[in-house]
Design a protein around this ligand. Structure first.
Ligand code: FAD
Length: 538
């Protein structure tokens, strides 16, 4: 193995600067924008436009921790890495779900941490956890801050304080093994930073969730994230071959072979543990050669059912491209629509995107094989135009959500997964639960973007006119949709994780014995319950 510790500060040509997100919006403050003119007409027609006042920086509650306690923390990581200023605490408050944004927009930052501590490495993390146990302080691991399920909104009552364990200083590529094609990364690296460091070795991770610009390696592992290229590269948990985890009980170093029969796979217990069992301080992942070619194209299907059947055929014959996604009729119409085209032919059918990444010969062969199957099943090839448009705009939707909130339109997403034989039932019941709860004028869009031999995920986007009490409005819809998922026998989450929001449905999904197992593991690894209290464990 090559020991090649490098960090993005030293890496030339980073595609993104290390910027902080806007505390009340998604993404870079520089990209905060009014609703684009191209969308304004549609929004006006569908919901009306109700301009909201410009956002003001809300005040924060004063830190609720005894100041002298923090001296012990300063001794561990250095005084400059223990921050209690309002600006830093504001930026480490909650995640980026629509309810998170609405609360921040309306001045509620009551979940702000009392302090932000920035460890420089594994040993610092171990020492911070020991300090937290000693003083009974709650610790919230913070990666990119893109949680959409309340994963950063830990309970604080009963604790001497709550600190955000900000992994922003832990951004090194620790090692590359070009023979085994693995790399070991620190948890604080964001998606683009990890890709830039790997690219220097001619390698890629290929993990591109929509939150790619800000989400971190540790966060991907802690939430079992899935990226837009999951069909080709695999979801994040499938990429992980090893983990180092600091827990209040001691360290875990997992993953000494590509596969083993050494009892239950403890890596799987820590993947998706959302900071409740330990802090992931290093992740060893499978890597691939940087693709020579990236090619995306569009297909049209007469219906969602026909497009989904085609995806199933590809998955079950081992012919999945790197990217495959299918919008339902409504999402296709909205994505393609110009106001004058609504109801017209241009908005008909369902759009599928297929993408191929790899060496030229392999891309050509896969593309030819997939094209023959899709042709044979009745798809209409649309060429590279729609594919390139998708690839170009793939990270833009979250910025549009803020622009919609600016004019009084509530936009939120939720996701689930099921087996192919149950897909239609799940689709219909979740869509109808959302429409019934939110009432006339609500738009519900859906797409499939992660497929397996046995089933697929369904990702819903909802837009509706904001009510007087938007948090209650969304909460009722979320409960209705979540109940519908469980009633249909599906999962409460395919990739957004559990956080605080999904706990009641997780309990239904895994049953009382499953809950007991999670509680037992928590009690063993975090006996005093300082790690992310109230997150994940029902
Ligand atoms: C606009 C938008 C688009 C999104 N798109 C996708 C998508 O396409 N696919 C997808 O999978 N998800 C998506 N998400 C959800 C989110 O980005 C993922 O859950 C992501 O993996 C979280 O990473 P993060 O670094 O931001 O973690 P954070 O939000 O910082 O943390 C998430 C949880 O993990 C814990 N945690 C973080 N780092 C560690 C660590 N090192 N050790 C232990 N626990 C830790 C936190 O305490 C918290 O409970 C999206 C979110 C947004 C806002």
């Amino acid at each position: 193995m090559t020991d090649s510790t490098t960090s993005p500060a030293a890496a030339p040509g980073l595609p993104f600067e290390q910027t902080e997100m806007h505390p009340q919006r998604w993404g870079s403050p520089d990209r905060a924008a009014a609703l684009p003119e191209s969308a304004r007409g549609l929004v006006e027609m569908a919901f009306g436009v109700d301009e909201r006042p410009a956002l003001e920086s809300p005040a924060l509650p004063a830190p609720a921790i005894e100041p002298s306690l923090l001296d012990g923390l300063r001794d561990v990581v250095g005084a400059e890495h223990v921050l209690t200023d309002d600006e830093t605490r504001r930026l480490r408050t909650r995640g980026k779900s629509t309810p998170d944004l609405i609360r921040a927009r309306t001045g509620d930052l009551s979940d702000a941490p009392d302090a932000v501590v920035r460890p420089g490495g594994h040993a610092d993390v171990v020492a911070v956890l020991a300090w937290a146990v000693q003083h009974h302080v709650a610790v919230v691991p913070f990666g990119g801050g893109t949680s959409v399920t309340g994963g950063l909104a830990a309970r604080r009552d009963g604790y001497a304080g709550l600190v955000s364990l900000d992994l922003v200083r832990m951004k090194s590529l620790l090692a590359v093994d070009p023979v085994s094609m693995t790399a070991t990364l620190e948890p604080g690296l964001r998606g683009p930073e990890a890709e830039a460091l790997l690219a220097e070795h001619g390698l890629t991770l290929g993990h591109y969730p929509q939150s790619f610009e800000y989400a971190s390696i540790g966060g991907f592992a802690a939430t079992r994230s899935s990226g837009q290229s999951s069909a080709g590269y695999g979801r994040f948990d499938a990429l992980v071959v090893g983990l180092t985890v600091a827990t209040p009980t001691g360290d875990l170093t997992l993953g000494s072979a590509p596969a083993n029969a050494a009892g239950p796979d403890l890596r799987q217990l820590l993947l998706g543990s959302e900071g409740a069992f330990g802090v992931i301080t290093a992740v060893t992942v499978r890597v691939r050669k940087l693709p020579e070619v990236k090619l995306y194209e569009g297909w049209r299907w007469a219906s969602f059912a026909e497009g989904a059947a085609a995806m199933r055929t590809l998955a079950q014959t081992g012919m999945l491209p790197t990217v495959i996604r299918l919008s339902d009729e409504s999402e296709t119409a909205i994505n393609l629509a110009r106001p004058e085209e609504i109801g017209g032919e241009a908005a008909g059918g369902c759009l599928m995107i297929t993408g191929y990444e790899g060496e030229q010969a392999a891309v050509d062969a896969k593309r030819a094989a997939v094209t023959a199957v899709l042709d044979g099943l009745g798809g209409t090839a649309l060429g590279e135009g729609p594919g390139e448009a998708w690839a170009h705009g793939r990270f833009n939707a979250p910025y549009l959500r803020d622009s919609m909130l600016d004019v009084g339109v509530l936009v939120e997403t939720l996701e689930t997964a099921t087996f192919w034989s149950n897909m239609d039932t799940l689709y219909t019941s979740v869509k109808s639960a959302l429409e019934t709860s939110l009432g006339a004028g609500t738009i519900v869009l859906c797409h499939i973007s992660h497929v397996y031999e046995t089933g697929c995920s369904l990702y819903f986007t909802v837009a509706t006119k904001e009510a007087e009490e938007p948090l209650a409005q969304w909460q009722a819809a979320k409960v209705a949709a979540s109940d519908a998922m469980i009633a249909a026998g599906a999962t409460i989450t395919h990739h957004h994780a559990v956080g605080t929001d999904h706990k009641p449905w997780l309990a239904q999904e895994i049953g009382p014995v499953g809950v007991q197992v999670l509680r037992a593991v928590k009690a063993e690894l975090d006996p005093t319950g300082i790690l992310n209290p109230g997150v994940l464990i029902p």
